[in-house]
Design a protein around this ligand. Structure first.
Ligand SMILES: Cc1ncc(COP(=O)(O)O)c(C=O)c1O
Length: 378
């Protein structure tokens, strides 16, 4: 089997759970597996409410509805982020305001975010890139000072901790993705985790096609009807079965990822040190999630040469996000607060190595040998 860049782990009970979901006949949304997965996440994250949805992008879109963004509103979005972050704001007719990132972590520059706040700002959004904690406490302080909503993208950081708390605890709304490359996956899927109880009812309604169907299912109303904006964000219970089985194996998945991450780090640390290459920072005092393993090359020329060098040795690697502030849609729907120079530089220097729970010792040896045979100088 060739070395894969990413490859979903199959949980011990996953096949059986999928079969049972299909055989049960309850393949539509919010069946027993989806409800069980929501319960697991609620307990794990100590959340007020967890809405399992169809993707991380849909979680962002749902958050935009729940937060009631509209024309004239501004929402702070890191320049180095996945497109859904800008898209979900633009879909509400609001304006994403792009703010540059920390040159070493790719996470939001908190000082710039504070300076970007205007009377029209409604929310700060940010991601814990690669599962490494952004400065969540500082972001929460800025938001509280200006009465802003905090939307945290935890698509890379499920299971990570910051200052002893699960990442995401300080934000009002938190996005998760369970797309196939994520630590926990069900093909395509996601969750909107609600920490602020003020948003629970709106989340239930917006997720259920703008209806009060959840209240109907709990016997609180006689029939359900259209009450607000929303869409259908419910995944099938077959996906719920995959998700539930994966969540049950979360510790195993994390152990395998952390072990692979540690071996890669140990294997290339000396080469990186001697070559002027920066290995991703794990975040002092916080537990990252081994979602990605990346290095920063000195410049784009060597980024490309490194990717070619690895490919020639059978090691797939990749760059990552293209900065939002210079993307066509970013320029059309948003505005830049600053130059975004660090986002641009980060994107042109990053190379991601294979990282998943199925990496073997042989895979890791091949990656380490291939990486350390690259001569960075000149
Ligand atoms: C940081 C981040 N946010 C959001 C998403 C979107 O998630 P999905 O693919 O489930 O829509 C991704 C997808 O890779 C991501 O990396």
């Amino acid at each position: 089997m060739p070395l894969r860049f990413t490859h979903p782990y199959i949980a011990s009970t996953e096949m059986d759970a999928v079969r049972r979901a299909i055989e049960s006949g309850h393949t539509w949304g919010d069946g027993p597996f989806t409800l069980s997965a929501a319960k697991r996440l609620t307990e794990m994250l100590d959340a007020a409410h967890v809405a399992i949805v169809t993707s991380g992008t849909d979680a962002a879109e749902l958050a935009g509805i729940v937060a009631d963004f509209g024309p004239g509103d501004e929402v702070i979005v890191p320049s180095y982020q996945f497109p859904s972050a800008g898209l979900s704001v633009a879909l509400r007719g609001a304006t994403p305001v792009f703010v540059d990132v920390n040159p070493r972590t790719g996470n939001l520059n908190v000082d710039h975010a504070a300076a970007a706040v205007t009377p029209n700002t409604r929310a700060i959004t940010f991601v814990n890139y690669a599962g490494v904690n952004a400065d969540t406490s500082a972001i929460r302080r800025i938001a509280d000072e200006h009465d802003l909503i905090v939307i945290e993208d935890n698509c890379h950081s499920l299971g990570g901790t910051a200052d002893g708390e699960p990442m995401g605890r300080l934000s009002d709304l938190v996005l998760h993705s369970f797309q196939a490359s994520k630590n926990i996956s069900c093909g395509e899927g996601g969750a909107l985790v609600v920490n602020n109880p003020a948003y629970v009812e709106r989340t239930e309604i917006a997720r259920e096609k703008g209806t009060n169907r959840d209240r109907f299912l709990r016997g609180e109303v006689d029939r359900y009807t259209w009450v607000d904006l929303g869409s259908n964000y419910l995944p099938s219970d077959v996906q719920g079965a995959m998700l539930d089985a994966q969540l049950a194996d979360h510790d195993i998945i994390q152990d395998r990822r952390m072990s692979a991450w540690g071996s890669l780090n140990d294997g290339i640390a000396e080469w990186a040190e001697n070559s002027g290459v920066e290995i991703m920072e794990a975040g002092a005092g916080n537990n990252h999630t081994a979602h990605l393993f990346y290095v920063l090359l000195p410049d784009q020329t060597r980024q490309r040469a490194f990717i070619d060098h690895l490919a020639a040795r059978g090691v797939p690697s990749a760059t990552h996000f293209q900065p939002l502030h210079t993307a066509d849609a970013g320029e059309r729907f948003g505005r830049s607060f600053d130059s975004g120079e660090h986002a641009t530089s980060f994107a042109s220097r990053i190379v991601r190595l294979p990282m998943h729970a199925n990496l073997t010792v042989t895979d890791i040896d091949l990656i380490v040998d291939s990486v350390t045979s690259f001569e960075v100088a000149n």
